[in-house]
Design a protein around this ligand. Sequence first.
Ligand code: FAD
Ligand code: GLY
Length: 386
Amino acid sequence: MSFTSGKSSDVLIIGGGVIGLATARELHKKGVSNITILERGAVGKEASHAAAGMLAPNAETEQADDFFRFCSESNKLYPAFAAELFDETDIDIELDKQGTLYLALTETDSAEIGRRFEWQRGAGIEVEHLSARETRILEPFVSPDVRESLFFPDDCQVENRKLLHALEKYAELNNIQIRENTEIKNLLIENGGIIGAESETEKFFVGKVVLAAGAWTSLIKAENFVMPQILPIRGQMIEFHTAKRLFQRVIYSPRGYLVPRADGRVLAGATVEDAGFDKSVSREGIEYLRENTLEIAPSLVNLEIAEKWAGLRPFAADGLPILGSFPQVENLILATAHYRNGILLAPLTAKILAENIVENKDSDYLKIFSPNRFAPSGLRSLNTAV
Ligand code: FAD
Ligand code: GLY
């Protein structure tokens, strides 16, 4: 079976993670009527499912650069995004705006925190420097060994699995087609323009393709064209269950983080490993996460690990997202490499891509994160490579 369409506004999205789903919704809201998402497995079950759901541009930033600006802008879109999704789907994605705490538990951590506080305050970031006592008043379950902390009131979290359900439900309610168990092997390119994509058994013909295949992007062949390389970077996580919520805020140390959910679950993450496409959890990984958890909150010592999982973050060579038109193939748009921040970056990614596709609007971010940056002299085809 195949479908054909002559309409140039029709869009095929390859990959049903948070980036593909959010982009489909935004395109639909802008009037694109014929959108299909092709998904290798089931939608929303890969990195976007594995994530912790932190929206933490301030706690995670190392410098006030374009990427930080992109993260902060996307974070600001979340209240409206969550409210709209609730109106559209009746699903509450549990946007929690109680902020994040970044703890110093050792002398080295204290030095790091002091440095961060100075430059972040200088850069105009909303941050408070708290003493050990102030930290434990805010979060009594934090270790008595805490020395001090930074509090970032503008950072948030969402229940990313509910976000995925909401986006999937939006698609179902609005006639966005989702084809699961459909793995795209090749993009179909003719006369320098995309005409569709093919799995082992089917061909799909459309006007535009958005490639949002996360960590698997580089496995899809684009004839002779050299696409930016994406590496899978494994993140392992564990989860504890508590009868009531023990922490109000997301809590970081330089070695890991705890994310408290409204229902008493506490997620602890995450490893950062180059392990190919292996999504298994390891004894070492789990032990590392458990040690970090107990360093932050020793009173969790008697809790059993209730769940453990791993996901693959999509990583480009410079660690930044890859967004926008692939210069050598007309109507091929990349939306990948969100690495550690794809949940945070989904609303703004979807917005700038949909505005570009439907209204021809050019965001600065499409220049900054363009696929073109990996080949300054222009991406070459393998035929001409030496
Ligand atoms: P995915 O969710 O992986 O989706 C890609 C989809 O494409 C998959 O469903 C896949 O099956 C499909 N696909 C692949 N190849 C094909 C093909 N050939 N044909 C059809 N379909 C295909 N980000 C945050 O913002 N906050 C966090 O707190 C956070 N925590 C994280 C914790 C962990 C442990 C991990 C692993 C990641 C975390 N991230 C976090 C990062 C975030 O999860 C990712 O950046 C984001 O999920 C990427 O979304 P995606 O849609 O590009 O990828
Ligand atoms: N942003 C959290 C992680 O990637 O582990």
